[in-house]
Design a protein around this ligand. Structure first.
Ligand code: MG
Length: 403
């Protein structure tokens, strides 16, 4: 690894793991985190989870797994240039979507509504919190503790957003821990940011999905190249590609345009972040925490990226065909929730056993044991798209999606 900048997270300065462990002989703390994530069950499930298009709609669309790999690639490239910790960015990127339900955001919204209507005081369902819950509690791999026992910095990067209410729940269990920064301003303390590696994984996520959703949108036939010409960022690089390669068309033109767009965004983040770091004159991780977010686009690129996002929202995520499958996916999740709540014995024993086990996660509520609705939500959230569809068919007696 290249020399780390003074504002990078150095593994030797990690705030450590919840359950202390001796250091690994050949790997840094963050390399070890990454390896634990790659070997986890939740990571393997990402291959059959929806990003935008449902898994059964086509084999070439992004899944949560290939999306996470693209985020890791972009994050590492930028980290290397800025002398940030590549391993930490990679660990956060590979884990950032572990808590996603089947069927993408549709599944999350349905599960959240189920929990809230079951109990008004429920913490609900939110994929960032669930990702943290997966690595802290739900993975069962080690003899002495639940979860993967990851380093503080990796866990903090995974908890990208958190409501103040849920932050208080986490803080009660883990004082001064990963949720503290969401409470600082409410307590009159200066607002705090996570480390630069977490900020970078977050921005790399955005760069990755903006680009691959264009690709998948065109592949699906829901977006056309002409329609994409309304988007300044796309039109600019399509023009450039055609200037250099007159006559280029079809998929090669699309890929060349996306490739140029991605490169431009990556270089823009490198330059804008370098300038922000210099201007803020940060020289330590602590100084980074007390500064405004420093990993950023230039104002010009930020505006272009926002308008691309608006375009994708209007034309792809809200496309009638996507909305239609979204509604079906929500019915599946609601049906599963109702069926398991009515008869928990429909879940495997390992899950019903958790009703009686002590809970060490704030999302279980303040009680000592996991509430049934949380156990059911965890079970559903862990499902792949196709397993959820099969379970739905088994329990409800009809197929939700056309074969
Ligand atoms: Mg993501």
């Amino acid at each position: 690894m290249s020399l780390l900048a003074p504002y990078a997270c150095a593994p030797a300065d990690s705030r450590g793991r919840r359950h202390p462990e001796p250091a690994a002989p050949t790997r840094s703390a963050f390399q070890r985190d990454r390896d634990r994530i790659v070997h986890s069950t939740a990571f393997r499930r990402l291959v059959y989870k929806t990003q935008v298009f449902l898994n059964h709609e086509g084999d070439l669309f992004r899944t949560r797994l290939t999306h996470s790999l693209e985020v890791a690639q972009l994050g590492r490239s930028i980290a290397r240039t800025l002398h940030l910790n590549e391993d930490l960015v990679e660990a956060i990127a590979l884990a950032h979507d572990l808590g996603h339900t089947p069927f993408g955001h549709a599944g999350q919204d349905a599960l959240n509504a189920c929990l809230k209507s079951h109990h008004a005081d429920s913490a609900g369902f939110e994929h960032n919190l669930q990702s943290l819950r997966v690595v802290d509690t739900l993975e069962e791999r080690y003899p002495d503790y639940n979860g993967l026992n990851l380093s503080f910095e990796t866990r903090e990067g995974i908890l990208k957003h958190c409501s103040r209410r849920n932050a208080r729940r986490i803080e009660a269990r883990e004082p001064g821990g990963v949720a503290q920064r969401f409470l600082a301003s409410a307590e009159g303390q200066p607002a705090q940011q996570p480390g630069l590696e977490a900020q970078l994984a977050n921005l790399a996520d955005e760069i990755a999905y903006n680009a691959h959703d264009i690709d998948d949108g065109v592949r699906s036939g829901l977006l056309s190249l002409d329609q994409l010409d309304q988007v300044e960022l796309f039109a600019q690089y399509r023009r450039e590609a055609l200037l250099q390669h007159p006559g280029l068309n079809g998929r090669r033109l699309l890929f060349e345009t996306i490739r140029r767009m991605l490169s431009a965004q990556v270089y823009d983040v490198m330059d804008a972040t370098r300038a922000a770091l210099a201007l803020a004159a940060v020289d330590s991780v602590q100084a980074v925490r007390l500064s405004p977010p420093l990993v950023r686009f230039s104002p010009d690129m930020a505006a272009k990226s926002s308008s691309l996002k608006r375009f994708l929202l209007q034309n792809l995520y809200r496309h009638p065909q996507v909305v239609d499958t979204t509604q079906t996916a929500q019915q599946v999740v609601r049906g599963l929730f109702a069926a398991y709540m009515a008869d928990p014995a429909e879940m495997p024993q390992a899950h019903t056993d958790r009703f009686d086990q002590l809970e060490s996660s704030p999302l279980a509520g303040d009680g000592a044991t996991a509430k049934p609705e949380r156990v059911v939500a965890d079970y559903i959230a862990g499902m792949t798209d196709r397993f959820a569809a099969r379970e739905h068919e088994r329990l409800i007696g009809r197929a939700a999606f056309p074969a």
